[in-house]
Design a protein around this ligand. Structure first.
Ligand code: FEO
Length: 177
C-alpha cells in the first residue's frame, strides 16, 4: 500500500472532477456537432470523451490501489451551444491547456510532498496532455488554412475526421492511449 498525503488526495479528487468535466464537455460538443451535421467532428469528440473518461478512471484506480477511497464529486454542466466549429475548437484548446496546468500543479505538489509514486503516476498524464494539445493545435492550424468560405465546414469536417483516424491508428500502434 502507498501512502497518499491528504493534500495529494484532495488534488487527485479534484483531478477526477476535471477529467470528468472534460469527458462531458466533449460529449456536449459531439452532440452539438451532430445538430450541425458535422459527423467527422462528432466522431472526434465521442472518442475524445471516452479518452477523458479513461483518464478519470485511471485516477480512481490509482487512489484505490493506494488504499484511499476516491471521491465522485459533482461536476459543472458544460455549455450546450457553440458559436461555430472554429470557436468550439478554440474552447477545446483552452480546456486542454487548463487540464495541462492542473496536471503540472499536481506534479509540483507531489514533488513538494516527496511523493515519488504520484510523480511517476502523473508522468503518463504529462505526455498525454502534450500529445492532446498537439492534435488540437494541428486542427486549429488546418481550420485557419481552410478559412471561412462557402464549403469550409465540409472541408473542416473531413479534415477532423481524417485526424481522428490518424489518432486511432497511432493509438493502435502503441503511440498513446
Ligand atoms: Fe484528460 Fe485531455 O485531459
Amino acid at each position: 500500500m502507498i501512502d497518499l498525503s491528504p493534500k495529494i488526495q484532495e488534488a487527485l479528487n479534484n483531478q477526477i472532477a476535471y477529467e470528468g468535466y472534460a469527458s462531458n464537455f466533449y460529449l456536449a460538443l459531439a452532440y452539438w456537432c451532430d445538430d450541425q451535421a458535422l459527423q467527422g467532428c462528432k466522431k472526434f469528440f465521442i472518442r475524445q470523451s471516452e479518452e477523458e473518461r479513461m483518464h478519470m478512471l485511471k485516477i480512481y484506480e490509482y487512489m484505490s490501489e493506494s488504499g484511499v477511497h476516491p471521491k465522485t464529486s459533482a461536476i459543472p454542466e458544460p455549455p450546450l451551444e457553440y458559436e461555430s466549429i472554429q470557436t468550439a475548437f478554440s474552447k477545446v484548446f483552452e480546456q486542454e491547456r487548463s487540464v495541462t496546468q492542473s496536471i503540472h500543479n499536481l506534479l509540483l505538489l507531489a514533488q513538494q510532498e516527496n511523493d515519488y509514486n504520484t510523480q511517476q503516476f502523473l508522468q503518463w498524464y504529462v505526455d498525454e496532455q502534450r500529445e492532446e494539445e498537439a492534435v488540437i493545435r494541428t486542427i486549429l492550424d488546418r481550420i485557419k488554412i481552410i478559412g471561412q468560405g462557402g464549403a469550409s465546414l465540409y472541408y473542416i469536417d473531413k479534415e477532423v475526421e481524417k485526424i481522428n483516424q490518424e489518432v486511432i491508428a497511432a493509438e493502435a500502434a502503441g503511440g498513446g492511449e
